[in-house]
Ligand binder design. Structure first.
Ligand SMILES: *[C@@H]1O[C@H](CO)[C@@H](O)[C@H](O)[C@H]1NC(C)=O
Ligand SMILES: *[C@@H]1O[C@H](CO)[C@@H](O)[C@H](O)[C@H]1NC(C)=O
Ligand SMILES: *[C@@H]1O[C@H](CO)[C@@H](O)[C@H](O)[C@H]1NC(C)=O
Length: 349
């Protein structure tokens, strides 16, 4: 009897730890499913064997600490479940059970500083990216200090760089209105063998306004995707979950995409914008983004910060020109990004 039990435990260990080891390097969706299945079987075996074999309870308790692994991926997919309160335009994560189980938190300035301590953060793109950079600076520097640098940050069509000495964080805002500009930047990182720790990019509105050609936009995104993938220390074969998991040993930048906001056509402030930036065009640009496989949800390397859903839910009251939204929308995107970083880097504050 005991022999069979030991065999069972050994088998359970193999089933559990082999995928765990693989998971340590790279979790693709298939491995994840395999891993979850293994975990389930192990737990089931564990529950049945516990009465016969006291030390199994040790195994069971060590198993429970691995469940964290399993929840990381699903929590990432719940990060955008936020609810807005209309009277004061504030937001919070949904109180629903799966979301609250993820224990997302709006990071306080010290927590954000801890998380970003010693990091090089690059935010690149158009005015949406600039607004996200502003949110980040407001969080780590406070509003007073940010007000004094706002003029430089918002200098029309130019880059901005700041070193926040207290936390050793370097932030670069790179003005990159077109996807080709982003690709050039990524190629530059590769050439110089110098990568930021966190890379946040987004572009689409300028192309929509000046070229109004979704398939051309898609071609640009595909090029960007391949240059980003070639930047990664971990080679392609990106699963749906991307190059996140357990890859801290391999230094790999954390990658985010700033989505295009909801466009409220009637509020756009020029005739040309109202003509070209239509709902149909926005949908076509969105489809181009999906099929470019740039985003994790379609098997690519970048985690989407879904400005469209955030701005849609904040609504008309949160924008004056139907395109740029109040700070609270970019704050929400920022906290989603920071929580994604926390999940990806296993840091517990
Ligand atoms: C940043 O990290 C360094 C060491 O890694 C530490 O000495 C310093 O206190 C940290 N600063 C903050 C603000 O957390
Ligand atoms: C961005 O790309 C466009 C078109 O490819 C180019 O004309 C422009 O100079 C670039 N801008 C920057 C800031 O690199
Ligand atoms: C749109 O872009 C595609 C791909 O670059 C190109 O083949 C096509 O001619 C463009 N269409 C127009 C109307 O410019």
């Amino acid at each position: 009897m005991l022999g069979a039990v030991q065999l069972g435990v050994m088998a359970a260990c193999v089933v559990l730890f082999v995928p765990m080891g693989m998971a340590g390097w790279h979790l693709s969706r298939n491995k994840m499913l395999f891993f979850s299945g293994a975990l389930f079987i192990t737990l089931a075996v564990g529950v049945h064997l516990t009465p016969y074999f006291p030390s199994i309870s040790d195994l069971a308790s060590s198993v429970s600490s691995f469940v964290v692994f399993d929840s990381r991926v699903s929590c990432l997919s719940l990060l955008h479940d936020v609810v807005w309160r209309s009277h004061d335009r504030s937001w919070a994560w949904s109180p629903s059970r799966p979301v609250s189980a993820c224990a997302f938190q709006k990071l306080s300035p010290p927590d954000a500083s801890d998380l970003l301590n010693g990091s090089w953060v690059v935010v690149a793109g158009d005015s949406q990216a600039r607004l996200l950079a502003l949110s980040l600076l407001q969080l780590v520097l406070g509003s007073d200090r940010t007000d004094s640098i706002k003029a430089d940050l918002f200098k029309r069509h130019s880059d901005y760089q700041i070193m926040v000495d207290e936390i050793g964080m370097k932030l670069d805002f790179v003005w990159a209105p077109f996807v080709t500009n982003l690709t050039d930047m990524v190629v530059g990182f590769k050439r110089n063998r110098n990568y930021p720790d966190v890379l946040v990019m987004g572009s689409g509105l300028w192309h929509m306004l000046h070229y109004t050609n979704a398939s051309n936009y898609g071609v640009g995104l595909e090029r960007l995707r391949s240059s980003v993938v070639s930047l990664l220390p971990i080679s392609p074969d990106l699963g749906v979950d991307g190059p996140v998991a357990g890859s801290l040993s391999v230094r790999s930048p954390h990658l985010f995409w700033i989505g295009v906001p909801t466009l409220i056509n009637s509020m756009l402030n020029t005739e040309k914008k109202r003509e070209r930036m239509t709902d149909a065009m926005r949908v076509a640009y969105n489809e181009a983004l999906q099929s470019s496989k740039l985003l994790r949800r379609s098997g690519g390397p970048l985690f989407l910060l879904d400005i469209q859903s955030l701005s849609w839910n904040c609504g008309v009251r949160c924008t004056e020109d139907g395109m740029h939204y109040d700070g609270v929308v970019y704050d929400a995107a920022l906290h989603i990004m920071l929580n994604a970083l926390l999940i990806q880097s296993h840091q517990r504050l």
